[in-house]
Every structure is written in structure tokens, then in C-alpha cells.
Ligand binder design. Structure first.
Ligand code: URA
Length: 243
């Protein structure tokens, strides 16, 4: 990227202003004064200094993963394969073995799925968005597909919808349950407590034998993304998450 464009993207000034700043020798790139506006720099690597402040260009990236069972939701682990290990593998497969072009060291999963839970997982380096999506105050809806060990009775469904005691101070917030078969249903919750869905079903006497997250906020898993695969979010999807 040209240095003048990079300075604009960093909101240091307008195109004409940054040209002047450059000419005046006020900007350093990796410690060296750069005066020519058309100097090409690698925006992902350089450190810019202007008026004693350091700037680094870091575009936000957003990926959707269809998490398979058997990987843990963490960025690194001594023993277990993590979603970040899988992310790197998949990204490299899509980019001829390259892991460049993304700030991989800053990418993290938004929220947590258990090792045996599959489905939608958002990975990003956008801490602000992650914070909003996970904030208990925001009540972001998460929809799961659930299979249980025993038959789901109408009474159990009612209890789940009203709120159940999972050993926290308060009952769980109201949820929405749609029964699909004798032992499968969809549940939409607006909280994200540890093992929440499994604990909710345990509270009505059922064990969850399969759990898949289908959606989170405005983001929905599509059939095209197979388990273990990743894809970048579209602009509309990112906007939807911010809505
Ligand atoms: N609730 C659970 O119990 N487990 C998950 O992985 C997600 C929600």
C-alpha cells in the first residue's frame, strides 16, 4: 500500500494533509523518515510514528467456522487440538500453504463451545465486537440443535422455556424451544453460561447427546460450510452482527 493511503486509513489526515506531513518529515516508518507519498510499504508489518504516537494498521477479520467435535475452543493448548490450530490448517489450505495476510496471532474465538459441541463459531480479532456479542446485558440470541437421551415431554419443554434452576443465583432466562422429534429440538437462549444448554436439559432430567450451534445474533450457519471448514464472513454478515 502507498504510505499516503495508509496514513489516511489510519485517520491521520486527509490525502492532502498527509502529503504535507510526509513532506515536512513528520512521519517515520519503522524508525525511518519517509517523505515521498508514493512510497510502497507493507501495511501489515510496518510501524508508523507520527507526533510521538505509534500506529499499526490492523484490519479486522471475521471468519465463520463449523466447529467439529474433538477440538477445544481455545487459541492454544499443550495437548489438545484447538480451534485456532484448525483455523490455521484451513486457512493454509485455502491459501496455498501461506499463513500470511491475516493477523493470525490476534485472532480468537468469540465465546466457547464444548469439545463435543459442533457448529457455528465466530473467529475474529475485533475485540469490541466480541465484547458486545458476549456481554450478558446484550442478550444476543444463540440457537442450538439438541438431541437428548430420552423423550422430550411437553412439560419439560415448558419448563425450559420458562426458566430452570441450573445452580446459579437466578433461574435461566426464558428461552424458545421448537420440538422437532421425540428427542430432538431447537432451543434459543440469550445467555451464555458455562455448559448452559447441557445444564438446562439436565435440570429437566435429560442428557444432551448431540449439540450443534446454528446461529448467533444475525449470523447463521449454512449447509455449504462442512464441519471443520472455515470461510470469511461477507460484508452483509459483518454489518448484521454490528446491527
Ligand atoms: N451450551 C453447552 O452446554 N455447551 C456448549 O458448547 C454451548 C452451549
Amino acid at each position: 500500500m502507498r504510505i499516503d493511503r495508509l496514513l489516511c486509513e489510519l485517520n491521520i489526515g486527509s490525502r492532502s494533509q498527509v502529503k504535507e506531513l510526509l513532506k515536512a518529515g513528520q512521519v517515520t516508518v519503522d524508525g525511518i523518515i519517509v517523505k515521498k507519498a508514493d512510497t510502497q510499504v507493507d501495511e501489515r508489518k510496518v510501524y508508523i510514528q507520527y507526533r510521538g504516537k505509534e500506529y499499526r494498521y490492523q484490519p479486522f477479520v471475521y471468519f465463520l467456522m463449523n466447529k467439529p467435535a474433538g477440538v477445544i475452543t481455545a487459541t492454544r493448548d499443550e495437548k489438545e487440538k484447538t480451534v485456532l490450530d484448525l483455523f490455521k490448517e484451513q486457512y493454509q489450505q485455502m491459501h496455498r500453504g501461506e499463513l500470511t495476510g491475516i493477523p493470525v496471532q490476534d485472532i480468537f474465538p468469540v465465546g466457547r463451545l464444548d469439545k463435543d459441541t459442533v457448529g457455528l463459531l465466530l473467529l475474529t480479532n475485533d475485540g469490541g465486537l466480541a465484547h458486545d456479542l458476549l456481554s450478558p446485558k446484550k442478550h444476543v440470541e444463540k440457537r442450538y440443535y439438541v438431541r437428548t437421551d430420552k423423550v422430550l415431554s411437553e412439560r419439560m419443554l415448558e419448563q425450559l422455556e420458562k426458566g430452570v434452576d441450573i445452580g446459579e443465583k437466578e433461574l435461566t432466562l426464558p428461552s424458545k424451544v421448537e420440538k422437532e422429534s421425540q428427542n430432538t429440538c431447537f432451543i434459543t437462549i440469550t445467555e451464555g453460561k458455562y455448559h448452559q444448554v447441557k445444564r438446562m436439559f439436565a435440570a429437566v432430567g435429560l442428557q444432551v447427546t448431540y449439540l450443534k450451534r446454528i446461529s448467533m445474533g444475525g449470523l447463521t450457519l449454512d449447509d455449504e460450510l462442512k464441519e471443520g471448514q472455515i470461510r470469511e464472513l461477507t460484508e452483509e454478515e459483518v454489518n448484521e452482527l454490528y446491527a
